[in-house]
Write a protein that binds this ligand. Structure first.
Ligand code: PLP
Length: 387
């Protein structure tokens, strides 16, 4: 039996060796990072080293990094009307979110539903800048949330341009940068973001850790978790030292390896897409004309059902995911593809392949062999797929 192939890195990445080592070391400690004694100070040191690593990855100041339980919590923390900017408490009067955001952003965070509005995207999956500017005209102090790169299509958003538009309108910009680290630049100043969310498990750290990074003059006046004064009173609760240490170690590797990893993944993805198109010329690659992450492909073949493809790949030892969200046993079409105007039948066939730093060309070749076999058997069964 050949080894399994993991091509679902956008869902979660494997733990980096360095992260596992940092976690093992942290698990050997006993102190609470808030205690003043030597044991507490040792735990504190690990948390602060990790904070420095997150800050280095994002070009932020360490004191502006708040650890959370993940990006979902970081997004909830950021998306509140109660933001202080430049020491002034100026409640945000509207939340604008792009139509392709992760559900944790699309939920509107802590804004009442009537204050939340969606910004459309183009057919290529890029935020419609004119649509954004138009909606900004109506708000006095908006908060805008746009992701750095979409988790389904990999399409990279023009964040620096968006930041200019938002700031001109007296707005604050939150960027869910979860899919960026280790693949593209995530420095807060280059992006022009005011708030940035990260998730540890997407970049080689453990699940259950993340961070919200603020620009210096922005403060969350209403934290999500209140209690002890941890995390500069931005997030109460005893820090998960081992997870934070692993997160920090993974950030350091992601920053150092980004360029070589991105080049490597880009070569594999090019071979993968060329192979898919050669085997199934009717295949559509979503967001293909826009700038995309080097590791992500979302594709569909007319007539194909994503569930069939994902189950067949799994049966053949390959983990990929469908572009459709499955909740309570009901498969619904992806909101991302719906926002891009993709016809529901085609969207139902969307298969996402996401690669990572340890993916190999022989894995891509095995994926393509499996794809050809799968398409062949479906055509034989006359299921009507347009191969
Ligand atoms: N934002 C994006 C773009 C994601 O892909 C994910 C994970 O699926 C999240 C947020 C949520 O991250 P976490 O699992 O750390 O809560």
């Amino acid at each position: 039996m050949s080894e399994r192939i993991y091509f679902d890195w956008n869902a979660t990445a494997p733990l980096r060796e360095q992260a596992a080592a940092a976690m093992r070391a942290a698990l050997g400690l006993t102190g609470n990072a808030s205690s003043v004694h030597a044991e507490g100070r040792a735990a504190r040191r690990l948390v602060e080293d990790a904070r420095a690593a997150v800050a280095a990855l994002t070009g932020a100041e360490a004191k502006n990094v708040t650890f959370t339980s993940g990006a979902t919590e970081a997004n909830m923390l950021a998306l509140t009307p109660a933001l202080e900017t430049g020491g002034r408490r100026e409640p945000r009067d509207q939340l604008l979110v792009s139509a392709i955001e992760h559900p944790s952003v699309r939920s509107g965070g802590r804004f009442p539903a009537e204050m939340v509005e969606e910004v459309p995207v183009t057919a290529a999956g890029v935020v419609d800048l004119a649509g954004l500017a138009y909606r900004l005209e109506k708000a006095e102090r908006p908060l805008v949330s746009v992701m750095l790169a979409n988790n389904e299509t990999g399409v990279i958003q023009p964040i620096a341009e968006i930041a200019e538009i938002v700031h001109r309108a007296n707005g604050v910009l939150h960027v869910d940068a979860v899919q960026g680290p280790g693949r593209i630049d995530c420095t807060i100043d280059a992006l022009g973001a005011d708030l940035l969310s990260l998730s540890s498990h997407k970049l080689g750290g453990p699940q259950g850790a993340g961070a919200l990074i603020r620009r210096g003059d922005i403060h969350i006046a209403e934290p999500l978790l209140k209690g002890g004064g941890q995390e500069r009173s931005q997030r109460a609760g005893t820090e998960n030292v081992a997870a934070i240490a692993g997160f920090g170690a993974a950030c350091t590797v992601a920053a150092a390896a980004r360029q070589s990893d991105a080049t490597h993944m880009g070569k594999l993805r090019a071979a993968l897409e060329a192979g898919i198109k050669a085997a199934t010329p009717a295949a559509v690659i979503f967001g293909e004309t826009a700038p995309r992450l080097p590791n992500t492909t979302l594709f569909s073949v007319p007539g194909m059902k994503a569930e069939t493809a994902v189950i067949s790949f799994d049966f053949n030892g390959i983990a990929v995911s469908s572009g459709a969200a499955c909740s309570s046993g009901k498969v619904t079409a992806s909101h991302v593809l719906a926002a891009m105007g993709v016809e529901p039948q085609l969207a139902r066939g969307a298969v996402r392949v996401s690669l990572g730093w340890s993916s190999t060309m022989s894995e891509v070749e095995r994926f393509l062999e499996t794809w050809i076999m799968l398409v062949g058997s479906l055509v034989k069964e006359r299921r009507g797929i347009a191969a």
